[in-house]
Ligand binder design. Structure first.
Ligand code: SF4
Length: 505
């Protein structure tokens, strides 16, 4: 057996969750330098950069959504994969206990969270054999927000704003551009895409995700695919979706394409979208001890270069202070584009809470309140809860409920990321409320704005889905939907749709 395997896998998980690899840092630095600091995208990228540095400094989760742990493993012939799987599962459970992974494994029928990231299908572990002596383990942590923006196309297909995508490389290009445009800021852009041309529906998605194990700066060994990747990267950033869908110069930081053979009748293009919190690392292990012989993607001999060489998010003085609870007049005084600093009480609520509130009264008085779409990482020491990672989750999932919840319970501000749809926009206008876009993935940054955890309701839904009662101070966000019928998300989607049409001609 391999006495060090458990410790090696635990180290790999912790490092992956807390420290972005150098190629992703480099790409994000380019994005940071491309956006003027005082723009919405510039401010958002500064918060992201600060968050990346904070996470590495304190070994905290970069994003509160630590995603679906997916291991790709290569072993020498004859390795005991059954035993190794057991060790990896134990390491996942231990990383969860230590708050480095959020409990993310939920029974799909009952909604019960297993609490330790173990369950049917979680974590994902793929084994392969090779004719080498060492063991290689690669890990990617890809969160739900970006996973939900994955797309699969069956060619030929008619695409909005792009026309017909044929079974050609030009058709593939249209699919990739469409997927990136369609994601807008919901997958926490700027993101990277892994793409598979061909395969079947299942192998296509898997191969697309495998492309995300390539480094952002590599060159595809197949010259046809290398040209396709370069062509996408030369065009896609003219879309203007930008960081978090706020508009800007950088929408995508990488495009990696692979191909599989297909059936004559099928031509799938599968796109796996990963967010800026692109957490992927690997290790090479000694096959007799399981100890780490070498890190992949990073060289520990080289110190981590901080993303920022100055203080981070700098206030311009134009920020608007918002103190909870809010009155209707205070909510109506806010306009799209305002940068706000929120202080006071916030209640978290995401999928389970929204669904619950449709049938039950809220456990607390929500009049004038701020509802935060957030599933934090919460760690209990003795009787005390601490929130160690607390960025926003994708709001659009709550679209079927949000308008009614605002109307019924008097919520005055909803905080999340990626924006919401027409029903919510109408409710904001009718009832006098706003949508505040926080910076997706900035879990360490936002955790530091929490001054106290004052209580928790509905804990039976699991820690990510419970309603946490938080007091925050100077929590920055941008008004992207206001009580006057304006939506920055709608505007950016329309403007980028026009650019998409221009790119395709
Ligand atoms: S950065 Fe955004 S999309 Fe990525 S895991 Fe975090 S919340 Fe999800």
């Amino acid at each position: 057996m391999l006495p060090s395997l458990f410790d090696s896998v635990l180290q790999l998980i912790i490092r992956t969750s807390t420290d972005l690899p150098p190629d992703v840092r480099a790409a994000m630095k380019v994005a940071l330098d491309a956006e003027p600091a005082a723009t919405r995208a510039g401010q958002a990228l500064t918060i992201i950069a600060q968050n990346i540095d904070l996470a590495a400094d304190v070994e905290g989760a970069i994003c509160q959504d630590t995603g679906m742990p997916t291991f790709e493993i290569k072993t020498p012939v004859g390795a005991n994969q059954i035993w190794m799987r057991g060790q990896i599962r134990e390491a996942v459970a231990e990383a969860t206990r230590r708050g480095k992974l959020r409990p993310n494994s939920v029974d799909s029928i009952t909604g019960r969270n297993s609490g330790d990231n173990l369950g049917p299908g979680t974590p994902i572990i793929h084994f392969d054999q090779w004719e080498r002596d060492e063991i290689e383990i690669k890990l990617i942590l890809k969160g739900g927000g970006c996973e939900n923006t994955n797309a699969q196309y069956a060619l030929p297909v008619e695409l909005p704003h792009l026309g017909r995508a044929d079974r050609t490389l030009e058709g593939v290009k249209k699919c990739i551009l469409h997927a990136v445009w369609h994601a807008q800021g919901k997958g926490c852009s700027p993101g990277a895409v892994g793409v598979c041309i061909g395969g079947d529906r299942t192998s296509g998605y898997q191969h697309a995700k495998e492309q995300l194990f390539r480094t952002l700066d590599d060159v595809n060994p197949d010259p046809r695919l290398a040209e396709l990747e370069a062509s996408i990267m030369s065009r896609v950033n003219t879309l203007g979706v930008g960081t978090m869908g706020f508009g800007g110069q950088v929408t995508l930081i990488g495009c990696k394409v692979g191909a599989l053979n297909r059936l004559p009748a099928s031509f799938f293009v599968s796109v796996a979208y990963d967010c800026w919190a692109f957490r992927r690392l690997g290790v090479s292990l000694d096959a007799t001890s399981g100890a780490i012989a070498r890190w992949l993607y990073r060289d520990p001999a080289h110190p981590i270069i901080p993303m920022l060489d100055q203080a981070g998010f700098v206030r311009t003085g134009r920020e608007v202070r918002v103190d909870a609870p809010l009155t209707e007049a205070q909510a109506r005084a806010l306009h799209v584009g305002d940068v706000v600093l929120v202080s006071g009480r916030m209640f978290t609520g995401r999928d389970a809470v929204h669904s619950h509130l449709m049938k039950h009264d809220p456990p607390v008085d929500l009049r004038g309140s701020i509802l935060y779409h957030c599933g934090p990482v919460a760690v209990k020491t003795g009787e005390t809860w601490q929130i160690t990672a607390a960025g926003p989750t994708t709001s659009i999932r709550e679209e079927p409920y949000q308008g009614e919840i605002i109307a019924r319970y008097g919520v005055r501000a909803v905080v999340g990321k990626g924006g919401m749809g027409a029903k919510t926009l109408a409710a904001l206008k009718q009832h006098g409320a706003v949508y505040l876009n926080a910076i997706g993935g900035a879990a360490q940054f936002y955790a530091r704005t929490i001054t106290s955890v004052d209580g928790v309701s509905l804990l039976e839904f699991g820690t990510p889905e419970a309603m946490w009662h938080l007091t925050v101070k100077d929590f920055p966000a941008i008004v992207t939907m206001d009580a006057h019928g304006n939506s920055l998300h709608k505007d950016i989607e329309q403007e980028s749709a026009q650019r998409l049409e221009e790119i395709s001609v």
